[in-house]
Design a protein. Structure first.
Length: 495
């Protein structure tokens, strides 16, 4: 410790540790809130009411299962970024042949099409119900989907990360208010809560269960988006490390010559005040994620419970599906509640689609910057990072980000036009997220445990977190294997 040279820098000296007062924390939140609103949408507004409408309380157990056992799959991506100052995508690039990046690149390009279609059509279904069904306007479902896809891309490219963050916070407030108000006004019977602890797999429920495992709170692959959002926030160690690397005060991580050990960061080289600045942002990032994660769990449970009470038995399908789900609110509270539901439902579904149109292109661009040297030399997707060359070179990270966004808009719009079935698309997109998740889950854990300094008691996972994270990963992988064996190899164990 005494031999460590403390780096002195005037920029670091000006950094003030953020306030940890409760009234200030929400202002600091960002990536965790985005992750919450990325999840709250199709899985909550479509899948949860579908589960409650078709199977009553039987699938309540899936909610605690998903949120408890997937917790560390997400948390480790946040932890890695806040503890190293680098995106976990940079860690993926240190594997032999960069195979995790190629795996992620392929699945993300598929998700840009199928996944975005599933999320976008859910938001479109809200507008379709309001304007075409309720008001009688002759506008097809697909038209709303294309409008949302194009509009989301325009907002993201115009406003960048600040727009994503501010829009998400507004959407979160609208949804949480509408769901909690309806439940307090007309709660489900207390005796039904026992189903949170009873495993049940009714016949025909496998796709809904797979959808829950895939998208509650959201797909594990979205943790990669969250890591990129954390990097884009430019706070904490991510901001400090960039300053030190740019000034040549520490070794710059090279995606093509550095190993994963070079991603680790020694906090002892920083002045005490700067260390506190980084550690506070780390705690804020952790609390940001935890807050969003458990609020998401509460909202999911509320929607399933209300659907079980007010619309069971119901198939919950069709283009006007939002009208059926709206009965949860209109039947429990009153007709006037439909407008509160519409605001909350559109907030949830739009924010999900909106965040995916930003998040997945960021992941593809991150893969490219760690695979291609030209892209690596022209990294940066936010406006403040751009130069004339980054804007003009098609291989720059910014242009790959934009091209991927264009692919996502075009491909998802084509799917929505060709297959305008909201519930089916949502469930298929959710199941796809589930089947590809175990690899991402494992990689997130692996790089956290092998890169972060084990001697740093703040950043390195606790003993409980270590054991439970690996147990969760194994449990999640086993459930995935059961689902795949049942649907692909016809080895039917249940459901």
């Amino acid at each position: 410790m005494s031999d460590v040279k403390i780096i002195q820098d005037e920029v670091l000296d000006k950094l003030e540790p953020p306030s940890m007062a409760p009234k200030d924390l929400f202002k600091h939140f960002g990536p965790g809130m985005i992750l919450m609103m990325t999840g709250i949408g199709t899985s909550h507004l479509v899948t949860a009411p579908t589960a409650g409408g078709r199977f009553a309380y039987a699938l309540l157990w899936t909610i605690p299962f998903c949120y408890i056992f997937k917790y560390y799959g997400f948390e480790m991506a946040f932890r890695f970024t806040n503890a190293t100052g680098r995106s976990i995508m940079d860690a993926y690039g240190t594997a032999p042949g960069k195979w995790p990046l190629w795996y992620t690149l392929v699945i993300t390009l598929v998700q840009c099409a199928v996944g975005s279609a599933g999320r976008t059509i859910a938001a479109a279904a809200v507008l379709y119900y309001l304007f075409s069904v309720h008001m009688g306007l002759p506008i097809p479902l697909a038209a709303y989907g294309v409008l949302i896809a194009v509009g989301s891309a325009w907002i993201i490219l115009y406003g960048n990360y600040a727009w994503v963050e501010s829009t998400t916070k507004i959407c979160a407030g609208a949804l949480v208010f509408s769901a909690i108000f309806a439940y307090i006004y007309a709660p489900a019977p207390a005796e039904k809560m026992v189903h949170f602890f009873i495993f049940d797999m009714p016949k025909g429920s496998w796709l809904i269960v797979a959808a829950f495992f895939g998208l509650l709170p959201t797909g594990i692959d979205v943790s990669l988006q969250a890591s990129e959002w954390g990097k884009a926030k430019k706070k904490g160690l991510g901001y400090v490390r960039n300053i030190l690397e740019d000034k040549g005060l520490i070794k710059k991580f090279d995606a093509f010559t550095s190993g994963k050990e070079d991603l680790a960061f020694d906090m002892n080289i920083l002045p005490k005040k700067t260390q506190e600045y980084c550690r506070r942002w780390f705690k804020i990032g952790t609390w940001d994620f935890a807050f969003g994660h458990w609020i998401s769990a509460i909202i999911a449970a509320i929607y399933l419970l209300l659907a079980a009470v007010w619309i069971y038995p119901s198939a919950v399908k069709g283009n006007a599906v939002m009208g059926e789900i709206a009965k949860v609110f209109t039947a429990s509270v009153g007709p006037w509640m439909m407008w509160v539901f519409i605001v909350g439902a559109f907030a949830a579904c739009f924010s999900t689609a909106f965040n995916y149109y930003d998040g997945w292109p960021r992941v593809v661009a991150a893969c490219a910057r760690n695979i291609f040297k030209t892209t690596n030399s022209l990294m940066g997707v936010d406006r403040v990072d751009l130069t004339p060359e980054k804007r003009s070179n098609p291989m720059s990270e910014y242009n790959i980000y934009r091209m991927t966004m264009a692919w996502s808009v075009i491909a998802s719009s084509a799917i929505i036009i060709g297959l305008p079935r909201p519930v089916f698309l949502v469930l298929v997109a959710s199941a796809l997220a589930y089947f590809i998740a175990p690899v991402i889950f494992f990689l997130n854990l692996w790089y956290c445990f092998t890169v972060i300094d084990k001697n740093d008691k703040v950043f390195y996972p606790s003993t409980f977190a270590t054991w439970f994270a690996w147990i969760s990963c194994i449990a999640f992988a086993l459930m995935t294997g059961v689902m795949i064996s049942a649907r692909i190899f016809k080895i039917q164990l249940f459901g």
